[in-house]
Ligand binder design. Sequence first.
Ligand SMILES: Cc1cc2nc3c(=O)[nH]c(=O)nc-3n(C[C@H](O)[C@H](O)[C@H](O)COP(=O)(O)O)c2cc1C
Length: 140
Amino acid sequence: MSKTAVVYWSGTGNTEAMAEYLVNAINEKGGQAELFPVDSFDVSTADAYDAFALGCSAWGSEELEANEFLPVYEEIEPKLAGKKVLLFGSYGHGDAAYQQDWKARAEEAGAQVVATVGSLDAPEVEDEEALAAAADQLLA
Ligand SMILES: Cc1cc2nc3c(=O)[nH]c(=O)nc-3n(C[C@H](O)[C@H](O)[C@H](O)COP(=O)(O)O)c2cc1C
C-alpha cells in the first residue's frame, strides 16, 4: 500500500486545516497517510514513504516560511526524487505564486509533482474538492 507523509507548517491554522482534510481524504480512499507538523517529522524516516504531501502557507514575500518549514523542507527535498509529491498551502492575496516557484524547485530535485493546491485563507468546499482530486492523483 502506498504510504504518504503529510508534512506541513501553518501559522494561523489554515494550512493545518488543509493538511487534516488531506490526510483523511487519502485514508478514506484506501491510502495510508500520516500527519506531521513539520517540527515533528523525522527526516531520517523519509525513505519509508512512497509519496509526500507538503504544505506551507505563503509567507515572507511569496516565499515558504523560512525559520521552521524551509530548513526541514531542504532536508526532505533530495529524498523526493522519483516520488509523487503534492504541494499545498493557504495564501492571503495574489494567486499563490510561491507554489509555482516551489513546484519548479521540487521538480528540479526530481520530484513528480502531481498537483499544487492553494486555498485563499481558510479552506472552503472548493478547496476541499481540489484536495480530494489531488489525493486521487497522489494515489493513482
Ligand atoms: C508574515 C506574513 C507574510 C505573508 N506573506 C504572504 C505572501 O507573500 N503572499 C500571500 O498570498 N499571503 C501572505 N500572507 C498571508 C498568509 O499566507 C495567509 O494568511 C494564510 O491564510 C496563512 O495560512 P496559515 O494559517 O496556514 O499560516 C502572509 C502572512 C503573514 C503573517
